[in-house]
Design a protein. Structure first.
Lengths: 115, 112
């Protein structure tokens, strides 16, 4: 089946630094990728939708200058958390929508801890 | 707008008990409906789905039927196992935007 990977799976960084998270579709092309954020014991909140080669569309309340999304190819999207603060600590999950069939597949998530 | 409401947890059952987790939705048009499962420390996995009214999704002994008249997609399993302990998310996809909207999740714990 289709596989989506995320790297790193967990990261600890200091307050004020930036962190980049990668999301890759390993065996299919993804025209659209989605980034979600999940707080402990809570549901997934959609942060943004990115289409290959164009700017991401952010959900209301998500700071686009803080959460930079790049979708440079049909198999890779990146989320950069800039000037991270402890309140950005969370579980970040991406999903990729397959180009042909339109199915969405989720990555395993990246746990970010900002100290 | 589009939304999903699911039964609040946590739900604790004994092994071999019958499971129902309620899910209702609000949507314009005809969304696809999903159940996802998240095991401890892992990402989301698609458990089952249904794309139109009266469809029944099933997988690993779990079932859910797309009920348009009651806007529901309740998850059921006849005999749960300890390995079913996880968080279950009901979700809908409205195809015009390809966005998946998730319910709040229901934590299920199964006692041996």
């Amino acid at each position: 089946g289709a596989v989506v990977s995320q790297h790193p799976s967990w990261v600890i960084c200091k307050s004020g630094t930036s962190v980049k998270i990668e999301c890759r579709s390993l065996d299919f092309q993804a025209t659209t990728m989605f980034w979600y954020r999940q707080f402990p014991k809570q549901s997934l909140m959609l942060m943004a939708t990115s289409n290959e080669g164009s700017k991401a569309t952010y959900e209301q309340g998500v700071e686009k200058d803080k959460f930079l999304i790049n979708h440079a190819s049909l198999t890779l999207s990146t989320l950069t958390v800039t000037s991270a603060h402890p309140e950005d600590s969370s579980f970040y999950i991406c999903s990729a929508r397959e180009r042909r069939a339109g199915e969405q597949y989720f990555g395993p998530g990246t746990r970010l801890t900002v100290t | 707008g589009n939304s999903v409401t699911q039964m609040e947890g946590p739900v604790t059952l004994s092994e071999e008990a019958f499971l129902t987790i309620n899910c209702t939705y609000t949507a314009t048009g005809y969304p696809s409906l999903f159940w996802y499962v998240q095991y401890p420390g892992e990402g989301l996995q698609l458990l089952l789905k249904a794309t139109k009214a009266d469809d029944k999704g099933s997988n690993k002994g779990f079932e859910a039927t797309y009920r348009k008249e009651t806007t529901s997609f309740h998850l059921e399993k006849g005999s749960v196992q300890v390995s079913d302990s996880a968080v279950y998310f009901c979700a809908l996809l409205y195809s015009s935007a390809s966005k998946i909207i998730f319910g709040s999740g229901t934590r299920l714990s199964i006692r041996p």
